[in-house]
Design a protein around this ligand. Sequence first.
Ligand code: TXA
Ligand code: MG
Length: 362
Amino acid sequence: MSSDSTALQSSVVINEAVQSLRDGGLVAFPTETVYGLGADAKNPEAIKKIFSTKGRPSNHPLIVHLAAPDRFDQAQVDWVPVLAPWVRDLSEDALKLINAFWPGPLTLVFKKDKSVLNELTGGQDTVAIRAPAHPIAQELLRKFKGGVVAPSANRFGKVSPTSAADVRHEFEGVLDLMVLDGGDCEVGIESTIIDLSSGDRAILLRPGVITPSVILAKTGIRVYQPGEVFSETELLPKVSGSLKAHYAPTTPLRLYASGRVLDALSEFPDTKSRVAVAVWDSESSLSHDGYPLVHFEEVVIPSDSATFASRLYRSLRDLDQQDWDLILFPEPPVGEEWDGVRDRLQRACFGSGPSSSNHVSN
Ligand code: TXA
Ligand code: MG
């Protein structure tokens, strides 16, 4: 993702986006994970617009996006001045994680500097920060010269957008939104979130493509699972992404146990049912024999976890546009590299269906 994607968006348009942020406007922009809905992190009115546009409760905190220091591709880069205005302490572990993974799909939660607005932290004394790797995001942030808060650019509880067209579709008729086009997102699911605010332990708040084993291998830092540290009640207010319903299509979505797709289909014996069945590209196609009742069609999905992640939201959106009564996905295999997509799929199932607006999430 380099010159090709930057070429999609000229500097003139990025300058306009910078001006719009300075004027208190919202700008949607690409990151390597998903598209974000950005606003000036120092402007309380602009932040309020994010919450109202998404329909997101105001106590769900936002991530601050920062530009990497100049020449970030060189070995010795000083992140301390970049973070100093936002965080109270920068531990040695924090710097190790930053040097290993920024810019990239990793968000870190710190104790916040007192100047950080309560509007963006949902009133908490911590702040989540990341430096996205996408060149358009970096150019926007460098030119803006400040922090940009950006949740995923979708309406509350819905599937996150991984292309500029998805963002436009999401807010069509609601808002005339400036959308920077950086092509399709490479990673495809949101950043991994690690909480460093307790000072002693690194805690995984949201799984993503940067997994605890990758972190251990690159930095020697052990990342704890939330269940090892927090009780259920302590955790819920901290992470809105921990709500059961999230990332949800309007068409009902269910998971089937590996190899048991036909059992899942037989639960829908209505001859009028039209079911989209996702099957691994490594599996031979399903036989329709013996299951003539429902009409089903196969959608082939990649059996490599990174490719699966990069296409997950795209597939859910595309299938949701088609006329299916049900979407079936296989349960992802056991293994840490699948935790991010398993997390998204399970929450998407829970919130899916026409009444999903009853459930809440961001
Ligand atoms: O990949 C990403 O992280 C994308 C792109 C646009 O950067 N952004 C994103 O933002 O996923 P959003 O708002 O959809 O999800 C942010 C998550 C929420 O689950 C929120 O609760 C959590 O970050 N979060 C933000 N601040 C936090 C804090 N201080 N403590 C704990 N969790 C926090
Ligand atoms: Mg989101």
